[in-house]
Design a protein around this ligand. Sequence first.
Ligand SMILES: N[C@@H](CCC(=O)N[C@@H](CS)C(=O)NCC(=O)O)C(=O)O
Length: 244
Amino acid sequence: MATNGTSPKITLYTNHGCPWAHRAHITLKELGLPYEEVIIDLEKPREPWYLEVNPRGLVPSIKYSNGIIKDEIITESAIVSQFLADTHPSPFLPASNDSPTAALTRARINFFVDTWFTKANSYWFNIMRKDTEEEKEALAKDFIAVVEKEIEPLLKDADPFFGGSKTLTFAEALVAPFILRTYTYSKHGDLLPKSIHTGFDKLPNFSKWAAATISHDSVTYIWDEENIISRTQARLAKLKIQAK
Ligand SMILES: N[C@@H](CCC(=O)N[C@@H](CS)C(=O)NCC(=O)O)C(=O)O
């Protein structure tokens, strides 16, 4: 069993518009860990002090102390979330020696997250970048087909969360920021075709799981929908101009 030492002191370097940083917010909230946040302005070049924290200049990063560990910096969203979950074992991500089936639970979660990111996640951003409605609709169809083939079967026992869990898990923490953006951009504004959420609604396992996930308090508490939609519209317009 990992040792927690005394209660931790955590600083999260973040930006509320970043889906990768959103993973760390969900994890911290779900584990019930208090933290201080430092917002990094991603519109400006990173200041030298932040490049000392994270030489890659990306968010999220954390600084973590617990009486045994002193002011250690951890970077990369999946590693940050994994570190927090492993240091504070709970049903969110059981420690591998917690029970005879815990290692299997972890393997299933890892496979689900891997499947979302290797098979499905790139679609929504690629769809947004297409110029015509026809191109967007064609790729949206492929996206729905991939989710139906690859993701829907992995959610057969979701109740409502991954693997039959009644509470949010590490699987949701890593994918929820992207599911939330996909639904939001398809339902509101003009970033993604409406056919995406109507297509997803026809997938019984996925739609039930996604509805529970994207309405969960740990997922929504830093979410500022209007601001994120308008920033994404501006970023996309800039990318399209650069591509010409
Ligand atoms: N692989 C990184 C990706 C993090 C990332 O791309 N963060 C973006 C914001 S969403 C960032 O910090 N970008 C800095 C920049 O664009 O200058 C992770 O998972 O933490």
